[in-house]
Unconditional design. Sequence first.
Length: 502
Amino acid sequence: MNSSEAISHTAGSEPRADQRAWIALYVLCAAMLMIVLDATIVNVALPSIQEDLGFSQSSLAWVVNAYLIPFGGLLLLAGRLGDLLGQRRVFLVGLTVFTVASLLCALSPDQGVLIGARFVQGVGGALSSAVILGMIVTMFPRPADQAKAIGVYGFVASAGGSIGLLLGGILTEAISWHFIFVVNLPIGILVGWLALRLVDDPKGIGLKAGADFPGAALVTLALMLGVFTILQITDWGWGDPRTIGGLLIAAGLLAAFIRRQATIANPLMPLRLFRSRNVAGANALQALLVAGMFGMFFLGALYLQKVLHYSALEVGLAFLPTTVVMGTLSLGFAEKLIMRFGARNTVIPGVSLVVVALVLFATRTPVGGDYLTDLLPPFLLIAVGIGTSFPGIMTLAMSGATPSDAGLASGLVNTSMQVGGAVGLAVLATLSTERTNHLLGEGATEAAALTSGYHLAYLVGAGLAAIAVAIAIFVIRPTPTPGQGEAPEGGGDQAAVADSVA
């Protein structure tokens, strides 16, 4: 059976996924939740970590940055390694590294050990998370099952951040900041044990099919340097020579990587993936959407703490309705919408609701804001928007991947999410800080200056989300819906890719 026939078969007559595949899905999503949680669970514990280990305000940022830099930089390479060496093997190696590093974080006696362990944690998180979506798509070839499975994954990927805020607040206030890392140990061990028994272990296509180590070095250095420079903008400023130089070097390395991929016989990242308008558009759309969403979660948490004086636990509880609604829609409703209307037609109204929510955050969160009237409505709107759109975005982003490229496509989805979030958050935080400092210099109160800075960031985030809506309308190609018994959305792109491979 050639590639085109395999994809045609996938679109039509596949058997339903068995119970073992669904249990394996939950195991993989438990691992993804643990990794996503770690990106935000630390934030509410930062004051306690600062006091206990004696971090300065500037050095404290490295507790977060040391994780984000390797995580964002290695996702693309990790996804391709999954295709070459076997996705389950790369997943288990990453899970082991992440779990051991979590133990080191929990036992850290000083700043250096904690920052080093967080860096190793980011490496493990990239290796394991990059291949999860690829494994899910492979396990669920039938369109209805795949849409449902991606809905579960979408909930974990999108709502995990707000769950982390709640769990971090509970553990930090009830026990100690050390336990935000300790909680990873039993989960990591259990998930690894179950994955060995439940997740299939197909062989990779082999290093000879794409062992482009010079290309791997170029893209990894480009992403890590880019993420590092962006995260430092808040301290350095936009016009600092280090900022300009870092971004120019990162762009040059990325350009060299793309040129290399276009000319060598066995590229690390086959550029044929980007011939699909749906794949390229969905990844760009996701990066912009996540930038605005991260701004809402992180700056919203700061607004609750610094302006409304919420405790760490109260911040987590404030985001709880968002998590519940997002989970309900991602797990039980988004799949039905995708099957009925198609992924593109589900994404457009969902992302539009995110735009409305961010505009409300910019206009309805005053210094003396009330949770029920000022915060809860936009929280619920953004939950509905993300809950209904994320599964569709991921369906579109994976639509052009052949079986041999599933790991790479999965890594690309995670890269666009994490790098988009890091870039967006750095930009929004920098703009917010600059506006706040300007107003403080003019004599405004701290609460008023902070609130105005957050409002500016929310408006910029709304603008990014509006561009995402435009991409969904004008770039992503409408296709027949799976519910009409035709090829799954993106199938035309998928077949085109398969034909180019055959």
